[in-house]
Design a protein around this ligand. Structure first.
Ligand SMILES: Cc1cc2nc3c(=O)[nH]c(=O)nc-3n(C[C@H](O)[C@H](O)[C@H](O)COP(=O)(O)OP(=O)(O)OC[C@H]3O[C@@H](n4cnc5c(N)ncnc54)[C@H](O)[C@@H]3O)c2cc1C
Ligand SMILES: NC(=O)c1ccc[n+]([C@@H]2O[C@H](COP(=O)([O-])OP(=O)(O)OC[C@H]3O[C@@H](n4cnc5c(N)ncnc54)[C@H](O)[C@@H]3O)[C@@H](O)[C@H]2O)c1
Length: 451
């Protein structure tokens, strides 16, 4: 067994890992990076990017359906799933090779294999042992285990994004980001889709009023959305499955050709054997201080989904990783300010959020003005015959601070960034009112959304 020593060993090769590895290498440190899957991480290979490549075709179907409903376009349109997969792979396939070349160019040693701690400062990967002065855990997240009889039949989000052909009947177990995004893709590509969500409100982190609009719009798309239903069992029946769920009206059974896990993800820590290095953890989460440093092992930091932070999203992985870089290289005590970080559910239309929910602001005892409306009659929605356009904006009384903004509708994923930018820059509602946006753009609606 060979042993090699490094200033820094980074576990993972996704967004967080890359920020840490490249920056520390640039500062002259010897760096190793390890991944047991192709280099590139979730966002580029199995998450945000491949998903949005698939959505590119569903946007065409959505636009055609909306404009077709008023007779402005006519004919038949369908998605060629195999061709769409080729389109997606044209982006994803080159990623691991490019990453590997970039590591070699920068002098970062890249190891393929599963990393496991074998001592306080040693990590085993295959038949090698790496000795690390510092360690960054950027191992991301993995689907949580679901207590479902027959759970071994569940297909993961990675598999869905790689499907060569689309099954006819698809069930999504969980009505969160993945459940809704995949339902919108699959339904527009021609599948019969059902979503089961345990709680009565799906997409729990989003404004309930706007989620209600999305549920309505999703049902209008032909997706069966079962709320308050927990999937309990999957039984193999011929080539397909019988999905059994329990809910407010008792037992519900649905037939499916494929059942997809969309029931949540958690930090991927299990395979690391944290105890071998004395790295503290609790209920599947690393025990970190605010600077992302292990409370029990000062040479260990974590960032991204593995840190178990409040927002397991790509831009947050990068933000946390930059803080870790500062803390590693300059022995600083940098923390992350999560104010004004937007998040979007890439359904069509998009649902987006930044800042506090109305309920959170009330729970904090804040005094605020609120504007909330459904505005399908506004130009932005009417132009594209979109029936679903709504917003909710919270502005603090006295300070004029934007506390939160919630949007559903055309271009919501772009417009939410402006609210986020204003919040992170400390710009109040008055500054937004003073801004002049190009017209006619969705951003030019912002002024009318302010309370
Ligand atoms: C289907 C899907 C869609 C998503 N869409 C969006 C989106 O639109 N926008 C958004 O902001 N976020 C999205 N996310 C979330 C986003 O992908 C993650 O927040 C982000 O990729 C986290 O980056 P990371 O660097 O922390 O981890 P990752 O990119 O997950 O990288 C971790 C890497 O560590 C490796 N690893 C784990 N354990 C070990 C080990 N023991 N040894 C070696 N290697 C190991 C893994 O193989 C993985 O490649 C999506 C996620 C999914 C699943
Ligand atoms: N657009 C984006 O930014 C984006 C997209 C996809 C994923 N992600 C990331 O990936 C993470 C995981 O996404 P996700 O959609 O899997 O999780 P999620 O946490 O968003 O939603 C999971 C849902 O599944 C439900 N559930 C769990 N078990 C169930 C069961 N047996 N029956 C019925 N419902 C059940 C839960 O109640 C919950 O509503 C997200 O938290 C997010 O960080 C982000």
């Amino acid at each position: 067994m060979s042993q090699q020593s490094y200033d820094l060993v980074v576990i993972g090769s996704g967004t967080a890992a890359n920020v840490i590895a490249f920056n520390c290498r640039k500062a002259g440190w010897s760096v190793a990076i390890i991944d047991h899957r192709p280099f590139g991480g979730t966002c580029a290979l199995r998450g945000c990017d491949p998903k949005k490549m698939l959505i590119a075709a569903t946007e065409v179907i959505d636009g055609f359906t909306r404009m077709g409903a008023i007779g402005t376009v006519q004919g038949e349109l369908h998605i060629d799933w195999a061709a769409l997969q080729r389109h997606k792979r044209s982006f994803t396939d080159p990623v691991p090779g490019h990453r590997e070349q970039a590591y070699a160019k920068q002098g970062i040693d890249a190891y393929h294999g599963r990393a496991r701690f074998s001592g306080r400062n040693t990590i085993t990967v295959g038949d090698r042992t790496l000795h690390a002065k510092h360690i960054a855990i950027a191992a991301g997240a993995e689907p949580v285990w679901l207590p479902i009889e027959g759970a071994e039949h569940l297909v993961l989000s990675d598999d869905f994004l790689n499907l060569e052909s689309l099954p006819r009947r698809i069930v999504l177990v969980g009505g969160g980001y993945i459940g809704f995004e995949f339902a919108h893709i699959a339904a527009r590509a021609g599948a019969e889709v059902s979503i089961f969500n345990r709680g009565a409100q799906p997409l729990a982190g989003f404004d309930p009023d706007l989620v209600g609009l999305l549920v309505e719009r999703t049902r209008a798309l032909g997706v069966a959305v079962h709320l308050g239903y927990e999937v309990k069992a999957l039984c193999k029946r011929g080539d397909g499955f019988e999905v059994e769920a329990q809910g407010p009206d008792g037992r519900l059974v649905v037939d499916a050709d494929m059942v997809i896990h969309s029931g949540g993800r958690a930090p991927a820590l299990e395979a690391l054997d944290l105890d071998a290095a004395g790295i503290a953890h609790d209920h599947g989460r690393l025990t970190l201080d605010k600077t992302f440093r292990s409370t029990s092992h000062p040479a260990v930091y974590a960032a991204g989904d593995a840190s178990g932070g409040p927002l397991p999203l790509t831009p947050v992985a990068a933000l946390e990783a930059h803080a870790v870089v500062d803390n590693l290289l300059h022995d600083k005590h940098v923390t992350v300010d999560y104010t004004g970080i937007p998040s979007a559910v890439f359904t069509l239309p998009v649902l987006a959020r930044v800042g506090l929910l109305e309920a959170e602001a009330r729970a904090q005892g804040l005094r605020f003005k609120l504007s909330h409306a459904n505005v399908p009659g506004w130009f932005t929605a009417r132009r594209v015959n979109e029936s679903c356009y709504g917003y909710k904006v919270l502005v603090e009384e006295g300070s004029d601070r934007i506390l939160g903004a919630h949007l559903i509708g055309p271009e919501a994923a772009e417009v939410i960034n402006l609210f986020g930018f204003a919040m992170r820059s400390g710009l109040g509602a008055a500054a937004i009112r003073r801004a002049t946006f190009a017209y006619p753009t969705a951003a030019s609606d912002i002024e009318s959304m302010l309370p």
